[in-house]
Design a protein around this ligand. Sequence first.
Ligand code: ADP
Length: 399
Amino acid sequence: MNILVINCGSSSLKFQLIDAETEKMIAKGICERIGIEGSQIVYSPAGGEKETNVTPMANHTDAIRLVLEALTNEKTGVVKSLDEIGAVGHRIVHGGEKFASSTVINDDVLKAIEECNELAPLHNPANLIGINACKELMPETPMVAVFDTAFHQTMPEKAYLYGLPISYYEKYKVRRYGFHGTSHSYVSKRAAEVLGKNYEDLKIIVCHLGNGASISAVKNGKCVDTSMGLTPLEGLIMGTRSGDIDPAIIEFIAHKENKNIDEVMTILNKKSGVYGMSNDLSSDFRDLEAAYLKGDKYAIATMETFAYKVAKYIGSYVAAMNGVDVICFTAGVGENSPFIREKILNNYLGYLGVKLDDAANNKRGEDIAISTADSATTVMVIPTNEELAIARETYELTK
Ligand code: ADP
């Protein structure tokens, strides 16, 4: 059965068609600048030529129509008709407290997702538009919602409550939710599988370090803590997001720079993180690493602070779980930067008996242990695959 995985943003839409039985990707692509001049679809069938087609897309329904046309195209398509798409899996950013697992989409589910909109105003409305567009074009095809927050719903109260008046939780559900859950779940399970160990017996820390970055503590197969909070702004220093700061800084900067709350929030989301710290040099870790090696003082301070913060979070999750068996690195930076991994592991994690295998640390693109055989804690690189995880969940619920 083929599963179409849709990840719908406000002006973009990523898609993959995956054969759920063989778990092979059949085709993938992205529609960009939806509703904006210069919209285009990039389509890559597995093993075939990548095509870019600049064509107007007034809305997400147009975008999905183009995706379906590309997939069924006589020459370059990968299926004969839409009947060969058995189900659609949608990535949904926020499921609030309502969704602790993936679910088949019906009218009640749509309403419940809509009720989570105010918790993720930039993401959930776009995700819903994607669902409605698919519903219009493939009304008979079952659809599944897979939530970024679901994996973290097992966190105990002590991990998700903030030190705020409890009425804010009771009235507005202000609490830690956590994001990247599909990735944390996939990577932690995969680590156990690669090691040939029982998932339920392990204490695993997953460092998802991409443009957005988060860490989670997974004990006996359940998430017990994670670094992102009510929104994806909390936690680690990210590409352009500040991560944790003293909340009083918001008022301080608003006064000093004569800005309102919305403007300060935009700075925290879009102008901070490694981008802002490096004096606007770049949000891309490749650029920062190159500048670091040339001795750029901002790049050095940025990378050192980033690594220190990751190490501190790892330390706090060792405390949360009273130990750790496996530390995993994943996502753009986690998978591809031996430089950052070495900094975190060699500078700070000696007390966990971590011994880095330098040759393994310099390999790329594999599920691999990068610690030596006598390392007291195992460290791994596990490339994440959120699309495959969404396809698996969708298949499970619709086969
Ligand atoms: P997201 O999905 O959050 O947009 P990704 O997981 O795709 O992010 O990660 C993107 C980031 O990965 C880029 O900003 C870049 O900094 C980083 N990255 C990619 N390749 C490398 C590399 N070879 N070395 C260091 N960083 C890399």
